[in-house]
Structure formats: C-alpha cells, structure tokens
Design a protein around this ligand. Structure first.
Ligand SMILES: *Cc1c(COP(=O)(O)O)cnc(C)c1O
Length: 397
C-alpha cells in the first residue's frame, strides 16, 4: 500500500526543455499567429506520414469540420460514423448540416464494422467517418473498397493513431482525408491544435480557405501584391493555429517515435499481466496493424465495471471510460431519436470498458501499482453467474 498516492492520470503530455525553448524562440520572432512555423509543422507531418498535403488548424474538432466541408457535406446528406468515439467525430457532420448515421463496431476491436457500414448506405450517404479507436487503424482496405464502389468519401478520424500503420502504410495516407488532434492527452501536443492530411490538392486548398473565414487570399499574399482587396468565397471560420503552437508541434514530433515505442512497451506489459486473467480482457489488436496505443482499454466482463472504476479512482488511478456511445448522448436522443438498441455491440462494450493509464512518462513502478490494483479489484468484484473462468485468450485478432 502506498500511503501518499499521487494521482496517475490515464494520459499526460511530455514537455521538456527543448519544447519550451522552441516556443520561446517563436514568441521572440515577428510572428505570433500565422507565420513560417505553421507551414514548417505541416511539412514535418507530411514527411512523417507520407501524405502530400497538410492543413494545420486550431483543434482536432476544427480539423473534422474542415474535412466535412471539403467533402461537401450539406443538408440532406448522411455520413456514416462509429458510435464508439468522442462526440466531435459526429458533431462535425452536424456543423455542415448533414446527418450522422451510426454503424456498429466489431466486438473484438471496437472499430467500425465495414459490413455494418455497407448495410447503412443509402442514396443520401455522402461519406464514411472511421475512427482509429484507441490507436488501432480501422480496416481501411474494406472501407475504401465500399466507399470507392459507392462513390463516398472516406474520412479518417485518426486523433488516436498518429504514427500507427495499417498493412505497412502510415495513418495520414489511408483515407481521402485524415484528421489528427494535438490536445494534451493525444500523442503530441500544441496545447490545442489539429491537422488534416490529404493527397488531394483541391481538398487542401479548400480547407486552407475555410480555416481563414473563407477568404481566398491571406494577409501576406495581399501584402506582397500591395493590395487591400480580398474576397470571401465560402462561409469559413477562424480556425487558424498560432506560430508558437506550431513551434511546439515541430519540437514534439521529433520525439514521437520514441514515445510510441514506450506506449507499445507499456501495452505489452499490460497484455502479459492480464494474459491468463479471465476477468480482465484487453481490446484485441489486428494482425494487420501496428498500434499507436493512445488508449489501453480492457473489458471487465466478469466483474462490475462501475465499482471497479470507483475503487481504482479511490486508489489514485485516473481510469476513464472511452466512450459513452455518441448515439446515447441526450442531444442525439432529442434531435435524432437515437437510443439503446441501435448499436448493441458498442452499447454492451460501454458497460464493460475501462481505459488504464498509458503515456510516455508513466513510470514502471506506477505501472506495476496499476496492474496489481486492477487485478486485486477485479478478483474482489466478481459479477454474479460468472462463467467466463478458464477461457484462454489470444490477444491478437
Ligand atoms: C480528441 C479527439 C477529437 C477532438 O480533438 P480536439 O483537438 O480535442 O478538438 C476528435 N475525435 C477523437 C476520436 C478524439 O479523440
């Protein structure tokens, strides 16, 4: 028992001296908002992922909005989305006047099920929004195949999966547009920030205009021409990111490969610790992917999740639940009449999942404490009629 327990969060940023120095240097330059660091950060993420174009914006949510706009989502259009995500993935469809249609997930991975996507397509469907839940890329070959056949845009919400791979190809190159978030709990941070990656020059151009009020020239282009004239072509937003945030992003990106290695190491230690424990079932990993482990999620099938959650929180462990299925949120129920029974696999998982701490700075001793506490609490809180004992599992799906 540790007497003075510090709180161990489920995720946390790592900021070191070089990050601080990079931001200070940017602050001392002539540019506070859009300046050279924005395009430098965009280029660095293109180089890292292999995507052709990148558009940096003020948040992952803004990036999703930009992608929906570029895909041309408008009133009367549907976009198919997973319920097992943060609400922003679906909200962005609403921002453009479209309607989210929820397709259930695969039980083992909690990733959107391509068969379910196929079943939900109608003449109104315009796009599919796939979310790389926990850091594991979706089955992009299957999704791309469906989208190509039906003329739909495939948008990847890869807020969990920068640096992950699907069949040897990096996230950022697996869909028509890919969205990253740089919120502090994600792999790399700019405080708030986001980016869209694409190989489509038209999409990129449209999103650059959209992040700047829908205005077709930025202030520097006007300055060069010695002109005051500009035109607003679309109803855009102010989704610009600042130069000093991008300076932080550039500095963070350099450390990303090492951080992903540490996340994988932590996941491997968890996998081994729970391997023969029938009451703690980690979400499975597909053979086709290399996982970026934004989250480490377990299902407590034979135990009471809520009481384990409370026990772990009381023990100073910042466990979390990712996610409340989007279609169960009151706004969606009220607006679209969604509710229980629409996506039974996601709903069942929601009652069982817990996200355990995983971040590069997690200390080995804290990891051991988390494992020991989780094992002890799951053993102490059996659900009645538990008949899952003795199951042997293989964590690769
Ligand atoms: C974090 C996150 C977002 C939103 O990103 P912000 O930068 O917080 O706006 C969207 N989708 C998913 C899956 C996320 O995890």
């Amino acid at each position: 028992m540790r007497l003075m327990k510090p709180f161990i969060p489920y995720g946390k940023q790592s900021i070191d001296k070089s990050d601080v120095e990079a931001v200070i240097e940017a602050l001392r330059s002539d540019f506070i908002t859009t300046g050279p660091k924005v395009s430098e950060f965009e280029k660095a993420v293109c180089d890292f992922t292999g995507a052709k174009f990148a558009v940096a914006v003020s948040s992952g949510t803004a990036a999703l909005h930009c992608a929906m706009f570029a895909a041309g989502i408008k009133e009367g259009d549907d976009a198919i989305v997973t319920p097992m995500t943060f609400a922003a993935s679906a909200n962005a469809i609403l921002y453009c006047g479209g309607t989210p249609v929820f397709a259930d997930v695969i039980p083992e991975t909690l990733l959107i099920n391509p068969d379910e996507v196929g079943r939900k397509i109608t003449s109104r469907t315009k796009a599919v929004v796939a979310v790389d839940y926990a850091g594991q890329p979706c089955d992009y070959d299957a999704l791309k195949d469906i989208c190509d056949k039906r003329g739909l845009f495939l948008i990847s919400d890869a807020c969990h999966s920068i640096g992950a791979e699907y069949k040897g190809r990096k996230t950022g190159t697996l869909a028509d547009m890919t969205v990253f978030s740089f919120h502090p709990v994600k792999h790399i941070t700019t405080g708030e920030g986001g980016m869209i990656l694409t190989d489509n020059a038209d999409f990129a151009a449209k999103m650059r205009i959209f992040r700047n009020h829908g205005i077709t020239t930025d202030y520097r282009q006007r300055e060069e021409k010695g002109s005051w004239f500009y035109e607003m072509e679309y109803l855009g937003y102010n989704y610009r990111i600042t130069d000093f945030q991008c300076a932080l992003g550039i500095s963070q990106l350099k450390k990303l490969p090492g951080w992903i290695d540490r996340r994988r190491e932590i996941a491997c230690i968890y996998d081994k610790a729970f391997r023969d424990n029938p009451s703690i079932v980690p979400i499975k990993k597909s053979r086709d992917v290399s996982h970026a482990y934004h989250l480490y999620v377990v299902r407590v099938e034979s135990a009471d999740r809520n009481s384990i959650f409370t026990k772990l929180r009381n023990a100073g462990i910042g466990v979390n639940v990712h996610y409340i299925p989007v279609h169960l949120h009151p706004y969606y129920r009220k607006t679209f009449g969604t509710g229980e029974g629409m996506c039974p696999i996601a709903e069942k998982a929601y009652g069982q999942i817990i996200s355990l701490p995983i971040f590069p700075g997690l200390k080995d001793e804290d990891l051991k404490y988390v494992i020991d506490t989780v094992k002890a609490d799951c053993a102490r809180n059996p659900k009645e009629n538990d008949n899952s004992k003795g199951k042997i599992r293989n964590n690769v799906f």
